[in-house]
Write a protein that binds this ligand. Structure first.
Ligand code: DAH
Length: 340
């Protein structure tokens, strides 16, 4: 019996308890009801009386020692945990949070919306998939008229003709069909043309359309509105000039140039040494278009204008290649300021 006790004492002293599982295993093996130490107590009844005092003492000591080992291991494990917790350095700076930046097209679109909002223009939108009526016919592009060739169209369906809108002028028609004058609205959106992609043209791009219909709207209003717009967008000293042009839905029609803000009119390679940059098309809404949309052209007149956002952004930021807008190269996109 004495040998057995000594052997157990050696064993418990040699155990290493480095985690909670080992500790629990130790407790069950030596101290639980059927553990090795309680078993010694049951064997104790067979010990002859003259050895009982000594052996009883040895078993008790063994039990105390086992408990002591468990307690020591517990304390050690707890302090390890505390140390681990206090190893977290709360003063360390956090990981840098990467904020995105707005796309230059969105920045310029928002600028344009903001400038026109200040003189009472609302924003209206229309579908990108259009029918022939809203994209062409209502805007005075007769069937088989060469004016349709100005805009290479992606057709989706032949009969009836469904297509990807080639310009945001289609939204003009929808607005005039659904609202009564006075109408003062701009329509930003994506447009599609079946064109070869190059530094200067793309098959997907963005336009902003403008429309003002009321009694007595005149060409003077058109000039004044666009003059205000050019100065707000490009600066106080910006000059504008109008050149006669043709669009089926406006009469008279014009194209507007702004003075080149890079060379200040001196001539540079951006304005091709003319001192002027073409920025938009405009005109007085053709009376036939008003009538097509259910607005009486004897009572009302209207002005309209349309511009490409990519083009305006190229001018503002001196971007030389339209393809950059669509490549999602972060080195390009990060240059236009953060989202906030
Ligand atoms: N829709 C024309 C285009 O895509 C731009 C345009 C020109 C819009 C004259 C207008 C306008 O509203 O009056 O080329």
């Amino acid at each position: 019996m004495k040998d057995k006790i000594k052997q157990l004492a050696e064993e418990i002293n040699s155990r290493i308890l480095s985690n909670r599982e080992e500790l629990e295993k130790f407790r069950i093996e030596f101290l639980s009801k059927k553990g090795l130490i309680p078993v010694l107590f049951t064997l104790f009844k067979d010990v002859p009386p003259e050895h009982r005092k000594e052996i009883g003492q040895m078993i008790n000591e063994l039990k105390l020692r086992a408990q002591e080992i468990i307690n020591e291991a517990k304390t050690a494990l707890e302090s390890d945990q505390q140390e681990e917790a206090s190893a977290t350095d709360l003063t360390r700076p956090g990981l840098e949070f990467q904020l995105g930046a707005r796309h230059p097209i969105s920045i310029v679109k928002n600028k344009i919306i903001d400038i026109f909002a200040r003189i009472g223009y609302t924003v209206s939108e229309g579908p990108e998939i259009e029918d022939d009526w809203h994209n062409f016919s209502a805007l005075n592009f007769p069937k088989d008229h060469p004016a349709r060739d100005m805009q290479d169209t992606f057709f989706i369906e032949k009969d009836p003709e469904i297509l990807l809108r080639t310009h945001t002028s289609s939204v003009q028609v929808r607005v005039m069909e659904n609202t009564r004058p006075p109408i003062r609205t701009i329509s930003p959106g994506r447009v599609f043309r079946n064109e070869a992609i190059s530094a200067r043209s793309h098959c997907i791009f963005h336009q902003v359309e403008g429309l003002y219909v009321d009694k007595g709207v005149s060409f003077a209003d058109l000039k004044q509105t666009l003059y205000y717009f050019a100065k707000e967008l490009l600066g106080e000293n910006t000059k504008i000039r109008f050149r006669p042009s043709f669009f089926p839905f406006t009469e008279p029609s014009a194209e507007m140039d702004v003075s080149c803000n890079i060379c200040k009119g001196e001539g540079c390679n951006v304005c091709k040494y003319t001192g002027w940059l073409e920025i938009l098309g405009c005109g007085m809404v053709d009376p036939q278009v008003l009538d097509n949309c259910g607005i009486d052209s004897n009572t009302y007149t209207g002005l309209a204008f349309g511009m490409g956002i990519e083009r305006v952004a190229m001018m503002l930021y001196q971007i030389k290649d339209i393809r950059l807008y669509f490549e999602n190269d972060l080195r390009f996109l990060k240059q236009f300021g953060s989202i906030v």
